[in-house]
Design a protein around this ligand. Structure first.
Ligand code: NAD
Length: 243
């Protein structure tokens, strides 16, 4: 696509870039977004109804089956050109902070380090009642139990309606307040508080660039909307910095 010269200039001049990614950033790796219709085994379920503490309490075995299926799907997926471009971008700008709403670990597998995982990680477990992260889960059990209290273990992700881990929220808020360029990539911008970060950056005079094939509630608030796939547009932005 033709990227506006002013957007490219903002990138070239940026002192601190914050990139916020959503599930669209992993779509080209074959990991479905939550707004895509599910296919196959899970076609009858809406992911937005499965990713809640209420759904877990109602049927923990069902939720664990869904998360095991997602773990297998992600384990087979590979980082795409967008993940690799973001990892490379960190080497080309003075400072880059990567905040992801994704729980799939694909940024890390593409070589990004110090990723702020806003919504946790799919491959971890926490005690449902105490919240502590555990490392000795019995992966054979239908619903694994906490070895300390005997309560149920849950996937270590943040479900709808739950608070963001404090360290992730603080780090993301501080980086957003400091950045001069904010990239909103592959996110529907409807899940809070992540959806508020771009507006906070803009209020602090950062340039906001959205990368998404669709229009989102963030589009009208962005200085530039690059309409297309992140696996295509991010490599183009990177190429520009290499010229
Ligand atoms: P979302 O599912 O609400 O929205 C996805 C967005 O990605 C849409 O706006 C869509 O237009 C856009 N998109 C689709 N294909 C794209 C592409 N190739 N390039 C760029 N953009 C593309 O996702 P969300 O905003 O991240 O919110 C849902 C929550 O679900 C997330 O917070 C996350 O925790 C969780 N989730 C994570 C994963 C994952 O880890 N891969 C997958 C599904 C959901």
């Amino acid at each position: 696509m033709r990227i506006p010269a002013a957007a490219l200039d903002a990138l070239r001049q940026a002192r601190h870039v914050v990139a916020l990614t959503g599930s669209g950033a992993s779509a080209e790796s074959g990991v479905p977004t939550f707004r895509d219709a599910q296919t196959g085994l899970w076609a009858q379920y809406n992911p937005l109804d499965l990713a809640t503490p209420e759904a877990f309490l109602e049927d923990p075995a069902l939720i664990w089956r869904w998360y095991r299926w997602r773990r297998e799907l992600v384990a087979q997926a590979k980082p795409n050109a967008g993940h690799f471009a973001l990892a490379a971008l960190a080497e080309r700008v003075p400072r880059l902070t990567l905040i992801t709403q994704n729980v799939d670990g694909l940024h890390q597998r593409a070589g990004s380090d110090k990723v702020i995982e806003f919504h946790g990680n799919l491959f971890t477990e926490r005690c449902f009642s105490e919240g502590i992260v555990v490392t000795d889960a019995d992966h054979e059990a239908e619903v694994p139990k906490c070895s300390a209290c005997g309560g149920m273990l849950r996937p270590g992700v943040v479900w709808f309606g739950e608070a963001i881990p404090e360290t992730a929220l603080e780090a993301a808020t501080a980086a957003t307040a400091d950045c001069d360029l904010f990239l909103s990539i592959g996110t529907s911008s409807v899940v809070w508080p992540a959806a508020g970060l771009a507006a906070a950056a803009r209020a602090n005079n950062a340039v906001v660039i959205e990368i998404n094939p669709d229009v989102t509630p963030q589009s009208g608030q962005s200085h530039f909307c690059l309409q297309g796939k992140s696996g295509e547009i991010l490599p183009e932005l990177l190429d520009y910095l290499t010229l």
